[in-house]
Design a protein around this ligand. Structure first.
Ligand code: FCB
Length: 449
């Protein structure tokens, strides 16, 4: 079936996504301070170790990368701000030299007709704040909000689309499992952090809104992995629901001022001890859109319990086709989640802020034939198109990622890019077949078969 850009409507935003730590490198340039992820590269928790500090050197290649991104025909480029690059060890002062990098990226996007969509925080917590307890310390709410407010002040004249946080659930998972340079494993540390991230997002949202005014669009992003099979009943469904309440509703309900879904999820109940008077209101924020990060569902069988909390996406999942990061492939999970959460008050509009496929691409004779990624993307986009046709409020799609990058603990091994990065040849960029595919979809009115 032909896929056409026009099928999704004129106001649909097409983009690519990335995150600071995963692409930038330049880990100690211009006064940048260390993050928890820099530390994880040093202490052996990231596969490939120290070389990952250089990521894909995007810091020094922004012109080349933005040319390639604009060449796709996208409307938008989603990227994140590296907290310790711009705000010292977490509490400022603003680092002018570090901050100028994002001026270059933002101006470079705009000069090429690409809208910058900025994620305020995508996991690169300043190491100094981690040493004070990271997200387990309630005072971090104010630290984060101050950082977010300053970011809005610096870039708000040019950036109109914001996402406060990338997947707080994943950070909860890292803490529960005691990986990624975090403390733990400790279930209480994970649950305390979950609550503090909710408070931090809402407080940051309010302060950003005060700086940016009503014109800016302020959203956030969350993991939306539902339990498969989607038609489960009985005890299987109850288990799915308990995990979904922990992984999705535990972020959406507080934002909507509803507090936590304790009745649905026993896993959440110990969190009660961290909730203080006034937190119900403090955790609420009216997001303009909800970013959906979707890679696949979690299978209800074999959900690992790490540090007392089920962490569905960190295990090897059962699936017919597997990505290098072991996430099962099930495009229909997208429409399922849109239907299920369309009436949730925290989800006025959905934007798919991440979707993509990780595999061990190889370049042969200068070409990367990543048919599997094209197959994955096409299948997911067909489901998004169906959702749009059904009248579900889905406004955009961002492919993860424009280029291969550091896939967190997997290091250089989880390649998700539309562009191949040759780590043995000075980070040379080569568009893969999927780049040409996405480009044709976005630039050819006849679409792609
Ligand atoms: C998401 C992360 C993103 C990337 C993809 C593959 O969970 O937000 O940074 O690593 O997974």
């Amino acid at each position: 079936m032909t896929l056409r850009r026009a099928d999704f409507g004129e106001d649909f935003t097409w983009g690519v996504a990335s995150a600071a730590f995963q692409i930038e490198g330049a880990w100690d340039v211009d006064g940048k301070r260390p993050s928890v992820w820099d530390e994880a590269c040093r202490n052996g928790r990231v596969r490939d170790g120290l070389v990952c500090l250089d990521a894909i050197d995007a810091f020094h290649r922004s012109d080349e990368d933005l040319d390639l991104i604009a060449g796709l025909g996208v409307d938008a480029n989603r990227f994140s701000i590296n907290w310790p690059r711009v705000y010292g060890d977490g509490r400022g002062p603003w680092n002018e030299a570090g901050g100028a990098y994002y001026d270059r990226v933002i101006d470079g996007c705009l000069a090429r007709g690409v809208e910058p969509w900025v994620t305020v925080h995508h996991w690169d917590l300043p190491l100094a704040l981690q040493r004070e307890g990271g997200w387990t310390r309630r005072g971090i709410v104010d630290d984060f909000a101050a950082f977010a407010e300053e970011v809005a002040r610096r870039y708000g004249d040019r950036v109109k689309h914001w996402m406060v946080f990338n997947e707080p659930l994943s950070v909860v998972g890292h803490i529960a499992a005691g990986i990624h340079g975090r403390i733990g494993p400790h279930p209480m540390a994970a649950l305390a952090s979950l609550h503090h991230m909710n408070l931090a997002c809402a407080e940051a949202g309010r302060r950003m809104h005060a700086v940016l005014g009503a014109e800016a669009s302020i959203g956030t992003t969350n993991v939306f992995s539902l339990g498969a099979p989607f038609d489960a009943t009985g005890s299987q469904r109850r288990m799915q629901r308990a995990i979904e309440a922990l992984t999705v509703d535990a972020f959406l309900d507080p934002a909507a001022g509803r507090g936590y879904p304790f009745d649905d999820s026993p896993f959440l109940r110990p969190l009660r001890r961290y909730v203080r008077d006034g937190d119900l209101e403090a955790a609420a924020f009216d997001y303009d859109f909800m970013g959906v990060q979707y890679y696949g569902p979690f299978p209800t069988k074999k959900v690992p319990v790490l540090g007392g909390i089920p962490v569905p996406r960190l295990d090897t999942a059962e699936a017919d086709v597997r990505s290098t990061t072991k996430i099962p492939v099930e495009p229909r999970g997208l429409i399922e989640l849109f239907r299920r959460y369309r009436d949730h008050p925290a989800c006025k509009r959905f934007v798919v802020t991440e979707c993509g496929f990780g595999m061990n691409d190889r370049m042969v004779d200068g070409r990367v034939r990543d048919d599997l990624r094209i197959w994955y993307t096409r299948n997911h986009l067909e489901v998004v198109r169906e959702a749009v046709a059904e009248g579900l409020p889905v406004d955009g799609y961002f492919q993860w990622s424009y280029a291969d990058n550091i896939e967190w603990v997997f290091g250089r091994n989880g390649r998700y890019g539309l562009i191949y990065v040759d780590y043995d040849d000075d980070f040379r960029r080569t568009p893969k077949d999927s780049y040409r595919w996405y480009q044709q979809l976005l630039t050819d009115a006849d679409g792609i078969d």
